[in-house]
Design a protein around this ligand. Structure first.
Ligand SMILES: Cc1cc2nc3c(=O)[nH]c(=O)nc-3n(C[C@H](O)[C@H](O)[C@H](O)COP(=O)(O)OP(=O)(O)OC[C@H]3O[C@@H](n4cnc5c(N)ncnc54)[C@H](O)[C@@H]3O)c2cc1C
Length: 493
């Protein structure tokens, strides 16, 4: 049996309209996946007057977003109500500049512009959907708040080179929740809202393949609902909001092999790439598939940010006050997969998230630490001496670490925490996905839209598209914001 004759539905093979026996469900807009992007797409499709059905493979809605920190990256327009209440003015231009840097070499200026201009309004919209934000500010350096505070520094804003080009402001806005996991409350509210405005939600429903007519227009989707295959007609469009591909190790090996170095997947479990594959099956192009978020949560305690990372040559390679995901990428690509965080007695602490990190060397002098790590004689000692000399003067001429985090490492005993491959856990999710317009229209290899097909969230390649530039909150900010655009665009078709 040839590929085209095979009628078994699969994400990688569309179903031909001619093979549809009947329409089991007939609607305007079909949303695949009820997570961050899907919930917002459904809300906006309904607001635009379209009938909408949402199909979610899991027994309960929420996706990875419901496991997340619930931190959303927003600002600009002078500041959100929370930024302004705490004295942080945040211009649209500064947010734009930061996001363009964060997008790296492939930053999408049109998308970034739309987001920078709309992000503060988007925060108001989230509140209007019922998502609670306490409105308080949590100073310091955190990976995720365990308090129920709202505003925090969540990226590399105050760190070089970002701080040199865009005025820093805290932009992480976290849904009000005590403990880890504000995403739970964020998604409870957004999913409830989608149903309240009339989107028909089907859980335990896996989208299997897209349905296309002879002109490659996407006209529906095959869904397995509670074990039974159903053919769903989408008169206006199908919006793929099925997340990324980090749990599909074959796809990771093929498209983002460097992410295999990360043992921990940042996912609710269904980021299996099925949405991306459905888009590819009808000619959707993918971009930045090699990019991924990778963190090594080496702090809190924040004192550890005052330590310095060195590699197998005993050399520093990053300003350690940058976002932990940026530091993570630099750590992962060091020669031989070897890197250590050097600390002295004053700043030492066990990282809260990975407290069992291996202490690879301890010494009363830096010479002893260097010998224990078997580094070339004089290398680490020279690095620390230079760092200490400059830190005492409040400077870091090599990597421009901000003065707040500069302190000579002079109080013995000294230690090296191992961030070598095999010793540490790196956590990852994928950033690449379907190439889309800001409105969610999926584009083919020629840059032409595929009629009837939209994508948002980690199914698409959105604002997060460069691992080194990511900041906490960007994925939820992107997914919820551009999910809304896709919902509106599909409804308007
Ligand atoms: C522990 C953790 C902490 C995080 N913290 C943050 C944070 O604070 N800020 C931030 O910005 N990001 C954070 N993230 C990342 C963020 O949650 C995700 O990147 C984001 O949820 C992506 O949104 P999405 O809509 O694309 O995917 P999701 O929210 O995962 O939604 C996709 C949905 O599609 C469903 N689905 C998949 N395949 C199918 C199919 N074939 N048929 C039907 N349904 C399907 C899935 O079950 C899921 O419900 C965190 C993630 C985790 C796991």
């Amino acid at each position: 049996m040839t590929q085209t004759q095979n009628k078994t539905p699969s994400p990688g093979r569309p179903c031909r309209l001619a093979d549809v026996p009947r329409w089991d469900i007939d609607t305007d807009v079909v949303v695949i996946g009820l997570g961050a992007a899907g919930s917002c797409a459904a809300i906006e499709a309904r607001a635009a007057g379209a009938a909408a059905h949402v199909f979610e493979v899991a027994a309960a809605p929420g996706g990875s977003a419901s496991w997340s920190g619930g931190e959303v990256y927003v600002g600009g327009s002078g500041g959100t109500r929370v930024q302004r209440a705490h004295g942080f003015e945040d211009s649209t231009e500064d947010l734009y500049t930061y996001l363009m840097m964060a997008g790296g070499p492939g930053a999408d200026a049109e998308r970034v512009r739309i987001y920078a201009e709309g992000a503060a309004g988007h925060f108001d919209w989230l509140e209007a959907q019922g998502v609670p934000f306490k409105g308080t500010y949590l100073p310091g350096k955190w990976i995720e708040p365990t308090t129920d505070d709202t505003l925090l520094w969540s990226g590399s804003e105050a760190a070089w080179p970002f701080s040199a080009r865009a005025k820093p402001a805290p932009r992480g806005h976290t849904a009000q929740f005590k403990g880890w996991g504000g995403g739970k409350i964020l998604m409870e509210k957004l999913c409830a809202r989608a149903e309240a405005v009339g989107a028909v939600v089907h859980c335990n429903s896996r989208a299997l393949s897209l349905i296309v007519d002879d002109d490659r227009n996407v006209v529906g989707v095959v869904v397995r609902i509670e074990g039974k295959e159903q053919h769903v007609r989408a008169r206006k469009g199908v919006i793929l909001c099925a997340g990324g591909f980090i749990v599909n190790r074959e796809m990771v090996a093929r498209f983002a092999p460097a992410a295999l170095a990360c043992s921990e997947v940042v996912s609710g479990g269904n980021d299996d790439g099925s949405g991306i594959r459905m888009g590819m099956s009808v000619g959707g192009a993918t971009i930045h598939m090699d990019q991924f978020f990778a963190t090594i949560p080496f702090f809190p305690p924040a004192s550890l940010v005052k330590g310095i990372f060195v590699n197998a040559r005993g050399e520093r390679f990053i300003n350690e006050d940058a976002y932990h995901g940026r530091v993570g990428h630099y750590v992962l690509r060091q020669p031989e997969g070897k890197a250590w965080l050097l600390v002295d007695n004053e700043i030492f602490g066990r990282p809260v998230i990975e407290p069992d990190i291996r202490v690879a060397a301890v010494g009363e002098t830096w010479e002893e630490v260097e010998q224990e790590l078997a580094l070339p004689a004089g290398t680490l000692v020279h690095t620390v001496a230079e760092f200490n000399r400059n830190a005492a003067a409040g400077q870091d001429p090599l990597f421009h670490k901000a003065a707040d985090w500069l302190r000579p490492l002079t109080e013995p005993p000294f230690a090296a925490l191992s961030y070598c491959a095999g010793d540490m856990k790196a956590h990852a999710f994928t950033m690449g996905g379907l190439h889309t317009r800001p409105g969610g229209e999926v584009l083919d290899a020629d840059g032409a839209p595929i009629n009837g097909l939209y994508a948002a969230g980690r199914c698409a390649c959105g604002l997060p598209r460069w691992g080194e530039g990511y900041s906490s909150g960007m994925s939820l900010g992107d997914s919820t914001f551009f999910g809304r655009q896709a919902g509106r665009a599909a409804a308007a078709r």
